[in-house]
Design a protein around this ligand. Structure first.
Ligand SMILES: Nc1ncnc2c1ncn2[C@@H]1O[C@H](COP(=O)(O)OP(=O)(O)OP(=O)(O)O)[C@@H](O)[C@H]1O
Length: 260
C-alpha cells in the first residue's frame, strides 16, 4: 500500500495553472523532493498533498484513502506537516511547544503522560536540543526555532512527513544532520522500526540529488516532470526550470550540479 498517491493532479491559483496533470506514488522507505523556482507552486503542492486544500484536478490519497475518508485525528497520526514558518505569538517553553506534536496521540482526557514527555525529550535530543527544554521559544535563534519545529513533527511520529523547506535557517552541519535523520527514520531506523515516507521542499539541488529517491520538478510555467531522481535531475531540465545554465559533475560516486 503506497503511503501517498496522486493521480492526474493539476493545481491552479486564480486563473494561473501552476502545473499540468501528473501522478506520483510514494512507498514506505522513500524520500521525494519537490524542486522548482520561487513561486512555482511547491508549497501549494505540498499543502494539497497534506489535505489542507483540495486538488483542482485529480485525486490525492494517503494510505489508500482520499482525505475525505479520514477522520481528522487519524489523519493527524498518519501524516504531519512542517510548515514554512513558525508563528510564535506567546511565550512558551520548548518542552511545551514540542508536546503539541503529541496531541493526536493523547487519550480521551487530553492529558500528556510520562511517555509523551519521554518521546518529546528524545525528539529534542535527535535535533541536538537536549538541555533546551525550559527555554522560552521567543528567545531562540532562527536555526534553534526551526529545530524545535522539526522536533515537534518528530514527536507527532506520522507515517508520512511533509516538510516545507526543512533546511530554512539551518547551518551546513544541521542541514546534513536533518536530512540524514529523516533518511534514517524513513528507512525504518527509528525505535519502532516502522518504515515511513517523506516529501521535502528543497532549494538546494545538490542536497536533493544526494537524499531524494524521487523528484518532482516544477518549472514555474505550468510544466512538471516527476519520476525517479536521475530521470528528473538532468542538467537540461534543471537549467530550464531554474532559468540558469547548470552543469552536472560526478565525483567519487556523488552527483553535483554547478551553475555556469
Ligand atoms: N491565495 C492565493 N492567491 C493568489 N496567488 C496565490 C495564492 N496562493 C499562492 N499564490 C501564488 O501561487 C504561486 C505559487 O506559490 P507557492 O507558495 O506554492 O510557491 P513556491 O514554489 O512554494 O515558492 P517559494 O519557493 O517562493 O516558497 C505564487 O506565485 C503565489 O504568489
Amino acid at each position: 500500500m503506497p503511503l501517498l498517491e496522486a493521480d492526474g493532479l493539476a493545481l491552479r491559483v486564480g486563473e494561473r495553472w501552476l502545473c499540468c496533470e501528473f501522478s506520483l506514488n510514494l512507498a514506505a522507505g522513500e524520500c521525494l523532493a519537490l524542486l522548482g523556482p520561487n513561486g512555482a507552486g511547491k508549497t501549494t503542492l505540498l499543502h494539497t498533498l497534506a489535505g489542507l486544500r483540495g486538488p483542482d484536478v485529480g485525486q490525492v490519497r494517503i494510505g489508500g484513502r482520499p482525505y475525505a475518508a479520514w477522520p481528522a485525528l487519524e489523519a493527524a497520526r498518519f501524516r504531519g506537516l512542517l510548515p514554512q514558518q513558525q508563528p510564535d505569538h506567546f511565550a512558551a517553553t520548548v518542552l511545551e511547544t514540542v508536546l503539541i506534536g503529541r496531541h493526536p496521540h493523547l487519550g480521551r482526557w487530553g492529558w500528556e503522560t510520562g511517555e509523551d514527555e519521554a518521546v518529546v525529550r528524545r525528539a529534542l535530543a535527535d535535533v541536538g536540543l537536549q538541555g533546551f527544554e525550559a527555554r522560552d521559544v521567543l528567545t531562540l535563534s532562527g536555526g534553534e526555532r526551526q529545530r524545535v519545529a522539526i522536533a515537534t513533527l518528530l514527536a507527532q511520529a506520522p507515517r508520512l512527513f511533509l516538510l516545507d523547506e526543512p533546511l530554512n535557517h539551518l547551518d551546513l552541519h544541521y542541514q546534513i544532520a536533518t536530512l540524514e535523520l529523516f533518511r534514517h527514520i524513513v528507512r525504518g531506523g527509528d525505535r519502532d522500526g516502522v518504515r515511513r515516507g517523506a516529501v521535502l521542499v528543497l532549494h538546494d539541488i545538490n542536497l536533493a540529488a544526494r537524499y531524494a529517491d524521487h523528484v518532482i520538478l516544477l518549472d514555474g510555467r505550468g510544466g512538471v516532470v516527476a519520476g525517479e531522481r536521475d530521470s528528473v535531475m538532468r542538467p537540461e531540465l534543471l537549467s530550464q526550470a531554474f532559468g540558469h545554465p547548470l552543469r552536472r559533475f560526478e565525483h567519487e560516486g556523488r552527483v553535483v550540479f554547478v551553475p555556469d
